[in-house]
Write a protein that binds this ligand. Sequence first.
Ligand code: DAT
Ligand code: MG
Length: 139
Amino acid sequence: MATNRTFTMIKPDAVAEGNSGAIIKMIEEAGFRIVAIKKTLLTKERAGEFYAVHAERPFYGELCDYMSSGPIIPMILEKENAVLDFRTLIGATNPAQAAEGTIRKVFAKSVQANAIHGSDSDENAAIEGFFFFAGVEQF
Ligand code: DAT
Ligand code: MG
């Protein structure tokens, strides 16, 4: 399988509770290399842009409020089969349905405050990575 990249961000709940170090440890121990990383804050407008695909969903407004409520840690990650393997590592969107040992099972508080994002395709991983990091920051 080819080495490829995915995009993730540790969400405001997990950053605020001091879980980012433990989450990054799980990510590295699962074999992902950190290509780019920073701590930053989304405005509500930029959160809305990031999640534009969900604009018609009933939870969109609350999602944008939540994602702009505190610092986040976006990262680009590299590994063989990165997108699918990372979705497996983070677990289901709803932590009540997340498998044992997944990041969301361990750290998520609710469907909304679910600790971490993971891209759903190679194409979206590239788009989302460039949303936060210039090309020269991706090494
Ligand atoms: P994922 O983050 O697993 O890719 P998604 O793309 O379907 O899930 O939704 C994006 C985020 O929106 C998700 O991480 C949390 C929030 N969300 C999804 N479904 C929700 C719901 N039914 N109620 C509240 N928030 C929801
Ligand atoms: Mg998604």
